[in-house]
Write a protein that binds this ligand. Structure first.
Ligand SMILES: *[C@@H]1O[C@H](CO)[C@@H](O)[C@H](O)[C@H]1NC(C)=O
Ligand SMILES: *[C@@H]1O[C@H](CO)[C@@H](O)[C@H](O)[C@H]1NC(C)=O
Length: 246
């Protein structure tokens, strides 16, 4: 029972403490605001002056009797926020050497925005503007493009599985050609980067045919010559029949 009472009083005190801490923190946070200038003012020479709008810089500080004099930023300079600056900032340039090109031109009130060149992706970015880009990886032969590169991501390559091939430029690996299905014969087996090489089956048949025909012709010539010799031998024993062909 005693313990239960203690527990209740402890929790009461801690919630009170929490409220006090919150109030103290709130007051502490407020305190610097009392000595500082209003939100649209800046402090100069122990005095609060109105800020210049984005795109303008301070030309003359305010006095007890005059407000701040602001003038527009010059060409290729800018200031993006309300400010008490005496000079505008130089506009950034998009360096093609860093893989960059202009996405949005600089204005008086906003810096240049850079983006990656074609077939490049951003590797470093500051406030929505790319500061460094690199070329997309080209997939090697034997790999296919699993995911095309974007302005923010590099290309993703993956290996072709057995029985398929890609030269690295394909979105999917192509299956090796089956020479038999094409009525051809395989000359060279396919690899992960090249297709099977097929040749004409008929070329073999034609070669064989040429050899056979050549053989037959040779045989016929030999036979003809043989027959001729044999006939000559026969005619020697037959008396001349005279020239009655004309
Ligand atoms: C401006 O006013 C403040 C207080 O109102 C005064 O202390 C200061 O001397 C004045 N400055 C000038 C330059 O008159
Ligand atoms: C801004 O550009 C000007 C002219 O190109 C140059 O003289 C100056 O040093 C640059 N300022 C900064 C802070 O880079």
């Amino acid at each position: 029972m005693q313990d239960g009472m203690n527990l209740t009083s402890t929790s009461k005190i801690s919630s009170l403490e929490i409220i006090l801490i919150i109030v103290a923190v709130f007051l502490l946070n407020l305190e610097p605001c009392v000595c500082a200038c209003a939100q649209a003012e800046y402090k100069i020479n122990e005095q609060c002056c109105p800020m210049c709008s984005p795109g303008y810089h301070v030309d003359q500080q305010c006095t007890n009797y005059t407000i701040t004099r602001c003038v527009p930023c010059l060409h290729l300079t800018y200031i993006a926020e309300p400010n008490g600056r005496e000079k505008c900032l130089n506009c950034s340039t998009c360096d093609p050497g860093s893989g960059l090109r202009v996405k949005t031109q600089c204005t008086r009130s906003s810096d240049t925005v850079c983006e990656p060149l074609e077939r490049h992706y951003c590797i470093d970015q500051v406030r929505g503007s790319c500061t460094q880009a690199e070329k997309h990886t080209a997939c090697c032969p034997g790999h296919y493009i699993q995911q095309e590169g974007t302005a923010l991501k590099d290309t993703v390559c993956d290996v072709c599985t057995a029985g398929t091939y890609s030269d690295g430029s394909l979105q999917t690996c192509q299956p090796h050609s089956k020479c038999e299905d094409l009525g051809l014969v395989e000359i060279k087996p396919g690899t992960s980067s090249s297709d099977t090489e097929c040749g004409k089956q008929t070329s073999v048949a034609v070669t064989a045919g040429i050899i056979i025909i050549t053989g037959v012709v040779v045989l016929m010539v030999v036979a003809a010559v043989g027959v001729g010799v044999f006939r000559k031998k026969m005619y020697r024993h037959v008396p001349p029949a005279g020239n009655h062909a004309v």
